[in-house]
Design a binder for this molecule. Structure first.
Ligand code: ADP
Ligand code: MG
Length: 422
């Protein structure tokens, strides 16, 4: 179905066309059929299927149709600041000919700017739970005026422990009957369903579980490898495939830092994001990755949730995810909206037990590959490690963006062994 065939406001249609969308995705078709009639919906659809535009178009169309309706503001609750910023970007594009005000509200930044915005009035508020509660308790944000509500990445919100916060926010709002509410998630867990049932107005449950949970356009590969040589295989794969960019997933925060550092020492332009990196820094790293300032981003699931990187060529599961659904979220970062992509998984003795659950969940066997000896590359961080103790810069050079991200230099002053080691 084409957007033109929807009876949308012509100015909104223009924004959609200029954004480059002509045909609705499946989830957009199913969702808009319900939400454009003003009904509530709880929608499950895999990552990368276009849920954002589905709710934004609903919000804009509703805000535009102000005839008998009283003025209503729209609130979008998201789990992370990164996601808030991304949705804001998409909203601004679609808003091009509409002139609504859009504001992003999250923690870690000063209140002044956000306060100013609120005083002027914001039509579409996008925010993370903590800051929204703060602003509402300070009397700066009037949640009673919210006539349109979106809870995005619902399951992730609840995974991250935001359920009490969400409940608190919902209690501050008007009754579900006088607002339109929508909930979106890649999965619909019991908690999400319960929240929808309790706090929405007889929502329609829309579920798009494709036969194959993974996107067809992603080439999946699996290597079995012992953990002590996993890095060597990763280095070999990165050199052989030579992707323009790659997102590498690990299971632990500290592994993210360590792996990025080792990749750097091996000549790749790599950085990391994890939950314990300050928000401002995380955002900057993501921004730099998106604009191609460096080639490899190492991330944990929480830090990478909801990230959209246009043209991401490769996803690597350096650690197999413990939660099988995360496998789908992770590899769904690549091959978005019709592009092709590659997802490589390394199953080591530590995490290979999760393979069974993953394959059960995606209802397919991930094609296995065997790595020949030529696939294992030398890890230079090993020969380099003893020197670290003597270094004066405390590793500050990490993340300096050295190298071309393709081939490590054979040798350079920084990699020279100390005489005692030679
Ligand atoms: P989700 O929230 O379901 O994970 P997004 O809303 O982030 O997915 O959309 C994924 C990608 O698909 C984005 O790059 C977006 O611009 C693109 N997209 C969304 N709707 C369409 C459409 N109708 N036609 C083409 N591309 C689309
Ligand atoms: Mg989304």
């Amino acid at each position: 179905m084409l957007f033109n065939e929807l009876n949308l406001n012509p100015k909104l249609l223009r924004g959609i066309a200029e954004r480059g969308y002509t045909e609705l995705t499946a989830v957009q078709e199913r969702t808009l059929a319900v939400t454009l009639r003003g009904r509530d919906a709880a929608v499950q659809s895999q990552t990368g299927t276009g849920k954002t535009a589905a709710f934004l178009i609903t919000l804009f169309e509703s805000l535009l149709g102000g005839d008998a309706q009283r003025w209503r503001s729209a609130l979008i609750i998201v789990p992370t600041r990164e996601l808030a910023v991304q949705i804001e970007g998409e909203a601004r594009l679609l808003n091009r000919h509409l002139g609504f005000t859009i504001g992003c509200f999250y923690g870690g930044v000063g209140y002044e700017l956000q306060q100013d915005l609120l005083r002027k009035g914001v039509n579409i508020i996008i925010g993370t739970p903590g800051r929204l509660i703060d602003l509402s308790e300070k009397g700066l944000m009037k949640l009673k005026e919210v006539g349109l509500l979106v809870i995005d990445e619902a399951d992730r919100l609840f995974d991250m422990g935001f359920l009490p916060d969400i409940k608190k926010l919902l209690q501050k709002m008007t009754s579900p009957r006088v607002r339109q509410s929508m909930l979106f998630s890649a999965t619909l867990s019991r908690i999400s369903r319960k929240v929808a049932a309790d706090h929405m107005n007889r929502p329609e449950f829309i579920e798009l579980t494709p036969e194959n949970l993974t996107v067809d356009t992603i080439t999946q590969e699996l290597y079995h490898v012992k953990s002590h040589i996993k890095l060597n295989l990763l280095l070999g794969i990165l050199r052989k495939e030579n992707p323009r960019n790659a997102l590498i997933f690990v299971n632990m925060r500290h592994s993210a830092f360590k792996l990025a550092k080792k990749l750097e020492i091996n000549g790749f332009r790599a950085r990391y994001i994890s939950g314990d990196l300050p928000q401002v820094k995380r955002l900057k790293v993501i921004d730099d990755f998106m604009t191609g300032k460096f080639a490899i981003l190492v991330a944990t699931d929480v830090a990478a949730r909801g990230l959209h990187i246009e043209g991401l060529e490769m996803v690597v599961n350096y650690d197999l995810p413990q939660d099988h659904e995360n496998y789908v979220h992770r590899i769904g970062r690549t091959a978005r909206a019709g592009n092709t992509g590659k997802a490589v998984s390394l199953a080591c003795e530590k995490y290979s037990e999760h393979l069974y659950g993953i394959e059960n969940f995606i209802k397919m066997r991930i094609p296995e590959k065997t790595a020949g000896l030529d696939m294992f590359a030398t890890d230079r961080s090993l020969e380099y490690a003893p020197e670290k103790r003597d270094r004066q810069d405390g590793g500050k050079r990490f993340g300096s963006g050295r190298g071309d991200g393709k081939r490590p230099e054979r040798s350079g002053p920084r990699f020279q062994r100390r005489p005692s080691m030679a």
